[in-house]
Design a protein. Structure first.
Length: 197
């Protein structure tokens, strides 16, 4: 299998203690490293940046200096893996704020001559995986709630930028995982890392 440039984006907003998302990312990184893939990592909780508050700021404002390395890493990557817990049915606000900041016009997409702001996708040629943990059973989230927030992330953020295909790993009942189940998920993420999938 060809070696790839892999970016791991840790979207868990709590950096005060390790969580399942951190263990899953470590497992993925270990597998990718064993297979010879190049790895970079962004820990959103460790970045200091403001939230966007206007369309004007998003379109014409200056990217916060703390986020320039993250943009550079996204540009460098061939495959991007996002890790986050589902909070109130969606990604945590800090991760959403990070994506709003880095996915700006001129980077994630650019305007075409006809005036279509989203005309040219800026991140084509990249694939992604979304790894989300949640308190409910994953099957309930997927079938009853139609995985609405994951689908929104895939379609309205990643897809809008040209990132495709996007695969999902949804881990339900994460707060009540038995040790044996946690070990299986860790092993699964390590195997995904080896294949850079």
């Amino acid at each position: 299998m060809p070696r790839q440039r892999v970016l791991l984006i840790q979207g868990h907003p709590d950096a005060s203690e390790p969580h399942l998302c951190h263990a899953l990312a470590r497992a993925y990184a270990a597998g990718a490293g064993d297979a010879g893939h190049a790895i970079r990592q962004v820990d959103v909780a460790g970045l200091d940046f403001p939230l966007l508050r206007s369309q004007k700021e998003w379109e014409a404002g200056v990217l916060p200096p703390a986020l320039q390395p993250a943009q550079d890493d996204i540009r460098w990557a061939e495959h991007i893996v996002l890790f986050f817990p589902l909070w109130l049915g969606d990604m945590p606000a800090l991760l959403k704020g990070f994506l709003e900041q880095v996915a700006r016009p001129g980077f994630a997409f650019s305007q075409e001559a006809g005036g279509n702001t989203f005309g040219k996708k800026g991140l084509t040629g990249r694939s992604a995986r979304v790894v989300a943990t949640m308190g409910m059973p994953a099957i309930v989230y997927r079938w009853y709630f139609r995985a609405h927030s994951i689908k929104s992330l895939e379609r309205n953020i990643l897809g809008l930028c040209g990132i495709s295909p996007v695969h999902e790993t949804l881990i339900g009942m994460s707060g009540d995982l038995k040790p044996a189940d946690a070990v299986q998920w860790i092993a699964r993420l390590r195997r995904l890392g080896q294949r850079a999938q």
